[in-house]
Design a protein around this ligand. Structure first.
Ligand SMILES: Cc1ncc(C[n+]2csc(CCOP(=O)(O)OP(=O)(O)O)c2C)c(N)n1
Ligand SMILES: [Mg+2]
Length: 576
């Protein structure tokens, strides 16, 4: 495949002499025109083969040469302010694009990525972590090189715990196959992988021409048939089957198959909080988010009284299940994920999620359409008075009215997550949040990742003041790249979610002038919002500002929370 090796970026690189540029461009390219296939060049080639067009990160001396290669390849490097932010951005990029990548320096960069990559692992988001490392030739006599922690393998060992595959690309005999193996694992398991590239191995040529390896996983035909037969029988025997679609339906590209299954047989559908928006929330068969006692009563009752609950690609997490308040009898469930297939109490092995879901959508299911679906909440926002102070409930009702088709809601952790659970997401895949791992600080860098992946999407970020203080400087990257997220800061003067569980001074934080971030960053538009009238005006202005980010500092009472959080907090306080 011919690959472009000169780009706009080359013209911008000011301090590289022409011969050096040529050398880098050749190394970034695959083997052709007599240039050798190198470890660094092959990695860049394979990333592109998997659809990665952008890599997030911060350089350092152990990865600088590889950065030079990236810069001279068609891949765009998006610099961030911190490595953990690069990880969140790559995670969100992966959720939109299918695969994401982050490239950092040894230990100081890599170890700073751990939390965001752990979140990507927990929530099944495939991110390729590339870390530079000291050269193999530099390690003779075990020197104490800068950034080293314990020994030269420390960082690699840490990442073994939070990724699905790892490799050190130190040997040209194995490096090319290892790249294939790790990238394949990321895509197959939808989890992060780790590749460590010693700096003196970036240009190491292959010992012989390497052809990319891909494996084609297949279900065991008999097991698939038996599972489909049993599931069909159960659904046919049921009076009120219901589907719960989870996050894996999105990750494995099975949305169409689930819709086909639901539509062909008039089976109503719910989503989980982590999988929210996996099916369009405007679909006539869509009931709402199922979250046990935390969710809307009508949805909970419909699901829990169903005689056949078909759980497709859902994680049975505590938050998804309303802190384990869900009452789902396994004997009445068909439960399938990429890791498990259980029908009632029967377990099946070697059946791929995709084969099962697609198979079920074509199965001879015969079942009468449900006579009555639970009513959906009245979508008409309550009339409000311009002078009335903004409340959490009022804010989310207002946002619900404002949501436009091209918007992606990116929710952080805290009341913003629970409040946004009740928003109506117009299309699919338009709700992104760390709803299971729940690490604060995800949303702002994730919004950057969304717009790097697809500039046409406009993130509507809902974030608490506490979470905002963790990673808000990543708005700097929005200014640099002329991105235009609309950021709504729920300024309740502290950690209200925690305040709800246990009051204490540790829940107080400094009240920043969030709306003045644009002064600091030299770009963007800031608005201070106290009343519903302010909210309307500033949202209209923010929507009109297409060329830069907007930030709304929404003052809320420190004890005002969404109804969903009230329900959840009541449950959680029983466990503390
Ligand atoms: C990285 C991280 N640190 C700590 C927590 C624990 N925690 C959960 S919610 C919360 C408070 C969030 O505050 P804020 O972002 O202001 O949202 P609010 O609860 O006020 O809506 C904390 C500290 C966490 N989830 N993630
Ligand atoms: Mg807060």
């Amino acid at each position: 495949m011919a690959r472009k090796t000169t780009t706009r970026k080359q013209r911008q690189a000011p301090d590289r002499s022409p011969p050096r540029r040529k050398q880098l461009a050749a190394a970034a390219a695959p083997a052709r025109n007599g240039h050798p296939q190198t470890i660094g060049g092959y990695l860049i080639q394979r990333l592109q083969d998997y659809g990665v067009r952008d890599v997030f990160g911060i350089p350092g001396d152990f990865v600088l040469h590889f950065y030079g290669l990236l810069e001279n390849s068609p891949i765009r490097v998006i610099g961030t302010t911190r490595e953990d932010c690069a990880g969140y951005a790559a995670d969100a990029y992966a959720r939109v694009n299918g695969l994401g990548a982050v490239c950092v320096t040894y230990c100081v960069g890599g170890l700073s990525l751990c939390n965001s990559i752990a979140g990507a692992f927990a929530e099944k988001s495939p991110v390729v972590v590339i870390s530079g490392a000291p050269g193999i030739s530099e390690r003779v006599n075990d020197p104490l090189l800068h950034h080293r922690v314990r020994d030269f393998n420390t960082q690699h060992e840490v990442f073994q715990k939070i990724t699905v595959a790892t490799a050190t690309l130190d040997d040209p005999l194995t490096a090319f196959r290892e790249i294939d193996r790790c990238l394949e694992a990321a895509v197959r398991f939808k989890r992060p992988v780790y590749l460590e590239l010693p700096r003196d191995r970036v240009d190491t040529p292959a010992l012989y021409p390497h052809t990319p390896l891909t494996t084609n996983l297949q279900s065991n035909k008999d097991a698939l048939q038996a599972a489909l037969g049993e599931a069909t029988e159960r659904i046919n025997a049921a009076q009120r089957p219901v589907i719960i679609a989870g996050v894996e339906i999105h990750r494995f590209g099975l949305r169409e198959a689930v819709l086909k299954l639901a539509e062909a047989h008039d089976i109503p559908m719910c989503a989980t909080l982590l999988g929210k928006s996996v099916v369009s929330e405007r679909h006539p068969l869509y009931l709402g988010v199922y979250e046990g006692a935390m969710g809307r009563r009508e949805v909970t009752e419909y699901v829990e009284s169903s005689d056949c609950v078909i759980l497709l690609g859902t994680f049975m997490t505590d938050i998804n299940l309303g802190i384990f308040t869900a009452r789902l009898d396994p004997a009445r469930c068909v439960y399938v994920t990429s890791e498990k297939l259980r029908i009632g109490h029967h377990h099946f092995q070697d059946v791929l999620l995709g084969d099962f879901v697609k198979g079920l959508s074509k199965a001879p299911i015969k079942h009468a359409a449900p006579t009555k679906l639970p009513s959906r909440p009245e979508r008409k926002a309550k009339p409000w008075v311009a002078s009335e102070p903004v409340t959490s409930a009022g804010l989310f009702a207002f946002i619900d009215e404002f949501l436009a088709d091209e918007m992606v809601v990116v929710a952080d952790v805290g009341d913003c997550l629970f409040g946004s659970a009740d928003l109506t997401i117009h299309k699919h895949t338009e709700f992104i949040s760390p709803a299971y791992y729940t690490s604060m600080g995800f949303a702002i860098p994730a919004a950057i990742g969304v717009q790097v992946a697809n500039r046409k999407l406009r993130p509507l970020v809902v974030v608490g003041d506490g979470a905002f203080q963790m990673t808000s400087l990543e708005l700097s990257t929005a200014v640099r790249n002329k991105f235009n997220p609309i950021v709504i800061v729920l300024n309740n003067k502290g950690y209200t979610t925690e305040r709800f569980l246990q009051e204490g001074p540790f829940n107080d934080i400094l009240n920043w002038n969030y709306h003045r971030m644009p002064d600091l960053l030299g770009g963007g538009w800031g608005f201070e919002v106290r009343t519903m009238g302010d909210l309307k005006q500033s949202m209209q202005a923010a929507l009109a500002q297409q060329d830069a980010f907007s930030i709304l500092n929404v003052h809320l009472d420190p004890h005002d929370v969404s109804p969903a959080l009230q329900r959840l907090a009541a449950r959680m306080s029983k466990h503390i």
